[in-house]
Design a protein. Structure first.
Length: 179
């Protein structure tokens, strides 16, 4: 793209139209050459920068891949170590829990047997008490029965005497009334 160069009027008169045109063409050619050289220089620098960036990117990718590979190996080791630790912890916890449960089972079985023993003792005591109460009840009933028989006998004797005296009075009256 040619740049318009303004040639002073004094120079224009001294050179003339053809020389002026030639001067403008020479200046445009110099400017075009400079622009082309500048563009080539920029293109070379850009190409070098692209190559530098590509090398950098390749190096960075290689380093990153290496780091990721190392991190993967390290993480795999950590995870396997953590898995082993957790597995050991879980097995230890299972053993502890099994021991606790078996201890609790033994303790509960002991308590259950103690309760059964107490119930058996209570049953024996209750049966003994029931037998004592039954004996006491039978004794009391026997005493009441004897007392009841005594009272019945007393009332029976009283009724016999009452009936005998009534009959005696009745026969006395009958004998007196017959004349």
């Amino acid at each position: 793209m040619p740049v318009a160069v303004k040639i002073p009027p004094v120079l224009r008169e001294a050179l003339g139209y053809e020389a002026e045109s030639a001067l403008v063409d020479v200046l445009n050619q110099i400017q075009a050459d400079q622009r082309n050289g500048f563009e080539r220089s920029i293109e070379m620098h850009l190409q070098g920068f692209r190559e530098y960036l590509d090398r950098r990117l390749t190096d960075t990718e290689a380093k990153s891949e290496k780091r990721f590979a190392e991190a993967d190996v390290k993480n795999e080791k950590r995870f396997s170590d953590a898995d082993l630790k957790n597995e050991k912890r879980f097995s230890d916890a299972d053993l502890k829990n099994e021991k606790r449960f078996s201890d609790a089972d033994l303790k509960n079985e002991k308590r259950f047997n103690e309760i059964l023993l107490r119930l058996a003792e209570t049953d024996v005591k209750n049966e003994k008490r029931a037998a004592e109460l039954q004996v006491a009840f039978e004794t009391k009933m026997a005493q009441n029965h004897a007392s009841l028989i005594r009272w019945m006998f007393a009332f029976f004797i009283g009724m016999v005497f009452s009936l005998a005296s009534l009959l005696f009075v009745y026969f006395q009256l009958l004998v007196k009334v017959k004349p």
